[in-house]
Ligand binder design. Structure first.
Ligand code: GTR
Length: 321
């Protein structure tokens, strides 16, 4: 017991500022959000593992910019690390399209099984050709549509509506295949765009719908769960190449070790956000027939799953039990 307590004190006493080198990590989410807390946890582990040579400071709340821009800055080495959705990588790294395909995963458990295994490793490895090192996947729950206009009870209700999507061509086509119109735009512009009627709504998971405040301006949420797209933690290859093999190993280990912690925080946050949103009077449609949504996605698969490599990956994901 005494040993455990002193270990906890030692862990708490190391702060990012104490490390010899503090890596800058970007996140669009506010302080306290599960992704932000998980990278902070990784920083603590990294300081321990490297005896204080390396630490991490998380620049939350999009302090370093919107995701698409911070990805470029991470490629250039201006930002050391980045926690982002896989969506904004879709146009850049084709392998990231596969776990971003609508309805590719049967459940969050299925997603974990795939991303924790060899397919996940293959996708992480694909980042290196783009000046990034893929370190770990985090949870992003499932994403569903919300809007300011009306309850969406079937696919027909989506016709002609305008939704913001992440900056990914595949998501533009996904919304088009559902009969609606997509506007790709940075996350930080969504709230005012809904408020001023530039768009009718967007799509996201419970915690983001909550922390972004979008539920205040778009009070109809339909649990169609079209995406279970994981989040990814990457490091700039420039930063990576400057680290010793020992420190590189410590970075990889600390990143992986933060995953179970993240999943725990995520599960709790999903519940908390759902309760808060329901209490705020948001109308939630949960008994939606997903069949027509899944059927409507066929052209998206045909357009994006073209190469043998991606076809094989999709097949292996579908076969994963
Ligand atoms: C969130 C995700 C963010 C960002 C955002 C968005 O769920 O965690 O990284 O991609 O969605 O819709 O832009």
């Amino acid at each position: 017991m005494a040993l455990l307590a002193s270990a906890a004190v030692a862990l708490a006493s190391v702060s990012a500022a104490a490390a010899d080198r503090v890596l800058r990590s970007s996140d669009t989410h506010p302080d306290g959000y599960p992704t932000v807390e998980a990278v902070k946890q990784m920083g603590k582990l990294l300081e321990e593992k490297t005896g204080g040579r390396l630490g991490i400071e998380v620049f939350h709340s999009a302090q370093l910019g919107e995701e698409k821009d911070t990805i470029e800055q991470t490629q250039f080495g201006v930002i050391d690390m980045n926690r982002v959705s896989l969506g904004p990588f879709n146009n850049l790294i084709e392998e990231t399209q596969v776990p971003s395909l609508p309805y590719i995963f049967r459940s969050v458990e299925h997603m974990h099984k795939v991303m924790d295994g060899p397919i996940g490793e293959e996708i992480l490895a694909a980042f290196e050709a783009h000046d990034l090192i893929g370190l770990a996947f985090y949870d992003g729950g499932s994403r569903s549509f919300y809007n300011s206009q009306k309850p969406v009870k079937s696919i027909d209700d989506l016709k002609g509506m305008k939704f913001r999507v992440m900056q990914s061509d595949m998501f533009v086509d996904m919304v088009g295949a559902l009969g609606a119109n997509a506007t790709p735009m940075p996350y930080g512009e969504v709230y005012s765009s809904i408020q001023t009627g530039v768009i009718d709504g967007a799509e996201n998971n419970w915690p983001s719908y909550d922390s972004s405040g979008h539920f205040e301006v778009a009070k109809h949420y339909t649990l169609d769960q079209h995406l279970i797209v994981p989040e990814v933690l990457v490091m700039s290859k420039k930063t990576w190449d400057g680290l010793s093999p020992e420190d590189q190993a410590a970075v990889r280990e600390a990143a992986k070790a933060s995953v179970p912690y993240m999943r725990e925080l995520w599960a709790a946050q999903e519940k908390k956000s759902e309760d808060k949103i329901r209490e705020a009077g948001v109308e939630v449609v949960s008994d939606i027939d997903k069949g027509p949504f899944i059927e409507a996605m066929k052209p998206v698969y045909e357009k994006y799953v073209k190469s043998e490599k991606l076809k094989d990956m999709v097949k292996r994901i579908q076969e994963t039990q």
